[in-house]
Ligand binder design. Sequence first.
Ligand SMILES: Nc1ncnc2c1ncn2[C@@H]1O[C@H](COP(=O)(O)OP(=O)(O)OP(=O)(O)O)[C@@H](O)[C@H]1O
Ligand SMILES: [Mg+2]
Length: 510
Amino acid sequence: MTQGAKTLLKMSGITKRFPGVIALSGVSLSLAPGEVLALMGENGAGKSTLMKVLGGAQSPDEGSIEVDGRAATLSSVRVAKSLGIALIHQELMLAPNLDIAANIFLGSEPGRGPLLRPLPAREMKQKAAALLSRVGLTASPSTQVSLLTAGQMQMVEIAKALALNARIIIMDEPTSSLTAGESEHLFQIIGQLKADGIGIIYISHRMEEVMVLADRITVLRDGKYVGDLTRAEATHDKVVAMMVGRELSHHYFPEKVERPPAEARLVVDHLLVQGAPLGVSFHALRGEILGFAGLLGAARTELMEALFGVTPALSGSMTLDGKPYMPARARDAIQAGVYLAPEDRKRHGLVLPMSVAQNTSLPNVSSYSRFGYLNREQERRVAGAEVERLHTKTPSIEQRVVNLSGGNQQKVVLGKWLAMTPRVLILDEPTRGIDVGAKAEIYRHMAGLAEQGITILMVSSDMEEIMGMSDRVVVMHERRIRGVLVRSELSQERIAKLMTGTREEGGQAA
Ligand SMILES: Nc1ncnc2c1ncn2[C@@H]1O[C@H](COP(=O)(O)OP(=O)(O)OP(=O)(O)O)[C@@H](O)[C@H]1O
Ligand SMILES: [Mg+2]
């Protein structure tokens, strides 16, 4: 990028150290007005840290930053905001109990007059409404944020950035919890922001969307700057090679082997769950990977929670290996050999202040302890093996999970479930936020578990993953099962049709 008026932002030689970790080492990056720059790299490469530095949330140990050609010291979030830099975090940070308008102006209450007296509520609502229409959100500004979908919350975050007159908007994995439709909407909004001359830094592990959106890609590896690619230069393989430092096979889904027909393991008959699945029936075989596809509101997660006893079913019946199975709480499910790795791992899957080793052994504590004492040796061995297998980036297994990058936290949770040998393993969005290299490992591992006879129920919004991993696919739409497709019937079009509720002939009954 050349010097002068065309550079909106320039970061040079940024270094950031944490105890035992060099998160960033001499990283540089630049951004022009109206440019979408994708920032890519494996889990723990330093993407979020670099953006926290830019957003004023973390101060670098070394390096300099220029905004509009002028040196800037981004000593706090407030200073960064005053320079027009808005950071939308990997974990959205809205206040759930406040309404949309209050959230938009939180921390930047617009004032009026020389004393900057706060705007009356009515005016604030009007301003909020104007911003909402700019991001295409139809909800009323008085709606409480906790009632919004992830996609709508993302739009509120963007409206919040616009309220600041942000000229640089940073989005850290914005689509990781969005549905396909919501992502489409986000991309449109990004197009508009671009046209308004706003510079956007976009972090994502999803190659397809980066290829569509980005004007340029900056790649980081192990806290270091690897290089830049323009949209024209970038190919999937080139970017991946830069990220992982080696060629990675494009076909990372394990070969599907024809297996002799297996016995049914889990049979679900007319299961009815409050506010969720309406009388669903299906079965899963021993050693089968059964995919669950569907859009938001399909109630896949709710179904899984019912199978796991979190929200007990109201009616219907289930059997597990031929015996009646009706868990009233998670403990019953675990005792019966049914485990669930939840979608919202932050909330359900991890104890953030505890170490990687402790988190790995948590759900399985009984099998590590003898005579009531925790077998530390065993705990460490399993944790070490999982960290190695998934290439979890952590200075040691004693590191507190809260200090790991988003994707590495995911690996810790997933590792702990994969280390167990239940009868049925339920994985809800197993690879969300996880980089390409580790995905391949997870897939291999899942296939290995299935080979041992473990039944895997996999909820996923990633169509490639559903297609690549499932032996059969259950497609849900609005709380019902619309079809079950066997491998030979699988096509994206067919799944999409069923997912959106379009009637279709055929498709094997569950
Ligand atoms: N507060 C902290 N204390 C210690 N280490 C940290 C802290 N924050 C980040 N790190 C470490 O810095 C490195 C970079 O983390 P960062 O969150 O920037 O990665 P990332 O590229 O955003 O990864 P992901 O794709 O998983 O979100 C990681 O090794 C992480 O463990
Ligand atoms: Mg991150």
